[in-house]
Design a protein around this ligand. Sequence first.
Ligand code: HEC
Length: 194
Amino acid sequence: MNKLLIIPALFLLGGCAKQNITKDETTPVKTVSKEETIKADAVAKIDGFINTIKPILMSSLKSDPTGEKGIDMCKASAQELTKDYNKKLPSNIKIRRTALKYRNVLNKPDDIDKKVMNQMIASKTMAPVMIETKTGYRVYKPLANMQPCLTCHGDINSMNPKTVANIKKYYPKDLANGFKLNDFRGVVVAEIKK
Ligand code: HEC
């Protein structure tokens, strides 16, 4: 009885193995286009940037959960951290942050940024997008408003009054408030020169 079962099982195994070999021979090798390589590299550099600033932001929130001191920290170091990170990158790639509703005018979006972000919101996509421009490429990685972000970008009326006062002091024209959990917050952009 056992032998009878083993023999068909071996045939099956042999069959499978043979099929796999045939498949491997006929499946064309997947070629990665130049664009895909540029995009993957840019996303890796954007992630590297996010992983640089996130722990600093989180440890600031840990020492002061109201966000009041974090506003000072962001005001003092967000731009510096971005500059320092860019210094370590090859000269043809530059990282920056922008948003439709921005806090710092230095992060104001240009027309291309606005178009891409509006498309992201309309299509509800949170996946990175690459576009080609006259001079190169841009890779956009969207950012969601997570719970900790609302400490400083949430509803003004629910935020700590001292944090709100601090925001108004440094950014009297602040647009980056009133967000809700998981709202589209903005993007990290990598610009790559051709
Ligand atoms: C402690 C307060 C604080 C927290 C928490 C915080 N931010 Fe901000 N954020 C700021 C300040 C202040 C700025 C402006 C500083 C700058 O970029 O020069 C800013 C700027 C930004 C910008 C750049 C565009 C703009 O509006 O100027 C983005 C994008 C952003 N924040 C996203 C987030 C996200 C996503 C989170 C959550 C992971 C978050 N922030 C959490 C205070 C905060």
